[in-house]
Design a protein around this ligand. Structure first.
Ligand code: CTP
Ligand code: ZN
Length: 152
């Protein structure tokens, strides 16, 4: 890194979500349910130069780790993301996200007539397909607007 580059600081304890596709950082925060009111330290880098992706976004959250269902949904909008767990300033774990075969109970179906939107105790279930996720009940496919249908 050259001395002219400005980077967000290292964190002491928490999670760094790195190699997020440019433009998706705010959706990452939405998936994690972070809007600042939690009082967590959060740093966001947008369109940071990256060898692998050209440009990338990254999100650093202090004092918080991620649940598997959050990682599953992240993988849908940021398939190249790396999740780094930081403890006492050291990266102690680094994992690439993997796209799950299905996600249950984390996304709402955009089809208002879907059984999952009726007043029934039915958990949402989507199959992960090449171009998005498909509702098991009504076959509606959610594509680019996945982040707006998060229920976590
Ligand atoms: N990081 C951080 N605070 C720390 C340690 C690391 O914010 N105390 C961040 C780094 O700035 C980087 C990410 O966590 O964005 C991963 O750190 P590291 O594994 O050290 O960097 P790289 O080797 O460049 O990662 P990769 O190989 O995944 O690109
Ligand atoms: Zn549906």
């Amino acid at each position: 890194m050259s001395e002219h580059e400005l980077r967000v600081s290292k964190i002491r304890n928490g999670t760094v979500i790195d190699h997020v596709e440019g433009g998706q950082a705010l959706n990452v925060l939405a998936i994690l349910g972070i809007d600042g009111s939690e009082g967590l330290g959060v740093s966001v880098g947008m369109n940071v130069p990256s060898d692998r992706l050209g440009r990338k976004d990254l999100v650093k959250v202090e004092g918080r780790e991620l649940s598997q269902s959050e990682v599953d949904v992240l993988s849908l909008i940021a398939p190249e993301a790396t999740i780094n767990i930081v403890r006492e300033f050291e990266v102690v774990e680094k994992n690439r996200v993997t796209r799950p075969d299905r996600v249950a109970g984390v996304l709402s179906c955009p089809n208002r007539n879907c059984i999952t939107n009726a007043d029934e105790p039915v958990e949402t279930r989507f199959e992960v397909v090449a171009d998005g996720v498909r509702c098991d009940y009504c076959s509606t496919v959610l594509r680019s607007d996945i982040a707006e249908h998060i229920d976590v």
